[in-house]
Design a protein around this ligand. Structure first.
Ligand code: AMP
Length: 194
């Protein structure tokens, strides 16, 4: 089972990604994690993307494509994968369609964890009040920028999957457990999991 998960910053995407990974034994493919790892290891790529990431902007599609194709070619994903944070724009989505077609991999589910803009903004403000911020791009001003980038670049990708009849919109405003069980219900209805 192969899945893509969408959610604006603050929508709880990370939490639900972890749930799906554990529940269905999926392999996570997170471009954000790959990029953070390069920054941490201070590689050439890391140095190139660090400032862009700190500002909350998107890194270039070329960089993302090379990370993704490397990962897909070198990863064992027996039980399927979950894309988390990719695709981030229409060009990336179309490229992913091509790559999956070439590799004869099916896309089974696309989930959008949907949370009202107002709630997202207040979550961001609350996060800013917490003292311990672990990610440099987790300050409130950067999160607001990331939200703008999400609305501008990533939201149109949802229509792309809706046109393919793959999009499932999940109400992200319940408890963590409610959101997880809404996702599971859709999977169990449509997919035979051993
Ligand atoms: P994330 O952990 O998915 O929120 O990603 C953190 C940051 O990495 C983003 O704000 C972007 O700067 C960069 N990034 C991650 N994935 C992508 C992507 N698919 N395309 C462009 N930039 C990305």
């Amino acid at each position: 089972m192969n899945v893509i998960l969408f959610g604006a910053p603050g929508a709880g995407k990370g939490t639900q990604a972890n749930f799906l990974i554990k529940e269905y034994n999926l392999t996570q493919i997170s471009t954000g994690d790959m990029l953070r790892e390069s920054v941490k290891r201070k590689t050439e790529l890391g140095k190139k993307v660090e400032i862009i990431m700190t500002k909350g902007d998107l890194v270039s599609d070329e960089i993302i494509f090379s990370l993704i194709s490397n990962r897909l070619n070198n990863t064992d994903y027996t039980n399927g994968f979950i894309f988390d944070g990719f695709p981030r724009n229409l060009k990336q989505a179309k490229k992913l369609d091509e790559m999956m077609y070439d590799m004869k991999i099916n896309l089974d589910f696309v989930f959008h964890i949907d949370v009202d803009e107002q709630i997202l903004t207040s979550r961001i403000e609350n996060r800013a009040k917490q003292e311990k911020i672990t990610r440099k791009d987790d300050t409130s001003s950067v999160l607001i920028e990331r939200l703008k980038v999400y609305n501008r670049e990533t939201k149109p990708v949802l229509d792309h999957y809706s046109n393919q009849n793959k999009l499932n919109v999940i109400n992200g405003m319940g408890t963590i457990e409610e959101v997880s069980s809404n996702i599971s219900n859709i999977i169990q209805k449509d997919f035979k999991v051993d």
